[in-house]
Ligand binder design. Sequence first.
Ligand code: CP
Length: 313
Amino acid sequence: MKHYLTVQDIDSAGEWIDLARELKKDPFKFKEVGNGKTIGLLFFNNSLRTRLSTQKAAFHLGMHCMIMNFSNEGWALEFEDGTIMDQGKAEHIREAAQVVSQYCDVLGVRAFASLTDKEMDEAETVINGFKKYASIPILNMESATGHPLQALADLITITENTHKKNPKVVLSWAPHPKALPHAVANSFVEVMRQNSQINFSITHPKGYELNPEITKDVPIIYDQDKALEEADFVYVKNWSSYSSYGKVLSTDPQWMITKEKLGKAQFMHCLPVRRNVVVEDAVLNGNQSLVMEQANNRTYAAQVALLNILKEL
Ligand code: CP
């Protein structure tokens, strides 16, 4: 059984990108593949793009789609084994996952990091709970530590917007008033590392180092201006501190991306984005922004991931 849980599940980036580009030209090319199959999408957190693009991808493949906002519609779930369930949690993951498996053929799950319990977040308690107890493939729609559908859409977007063999891509931290998870940045780093022809580096203030097991030998440049020199793509994202887990250590507006900082590079962001905090209006409104292309590619990234799952069912 194939899952799509991390970017490591992309078995051939070249083939997946080619397929996504083919699907953009002819979205219903494989409309029979999901015929008679049902996908369930469980959201423990808010979404715009992931919810609609995954639903659209399922529609293109002929699948029936059921969506549940689990955090306010489902029973509060218990994930620990052996717990005496006499408090607020009404249902155990063992029953919930098995029940959903009887109604669906594929299950998408969105469950963000708590940012308060590093051990629980790194264990991916929610998505791994469904993986363990469900009997159907799981699609990661952003978990505590990764957002592989976003990373695949981003890789497709970069490929479509460069003719260079070795484009320079910089992931830049930007300020944000709230503590945000590491998932988007982690998966972007991983997908860049997998594609070694890309000249990839990261820039952020000291204290914002991502998990070193993910960044490994990727160059980290603490001087943002220096890092952005001659960049072809600047991928901008806020994340909270990893070492001081979940803390906001800086909201320094000097790190906001401006048109001047961007230079000739193309701007990327997964959205949603806070205007004039993360990036100034002039960048988002200008023709160097790829954010709409990234959002559009979410549909085809989801469609490729689903095709990969469906071919094993
Ligand atoms: N980029 C992204 O995942 O958007 P949503 O949170 O709106 O789904």
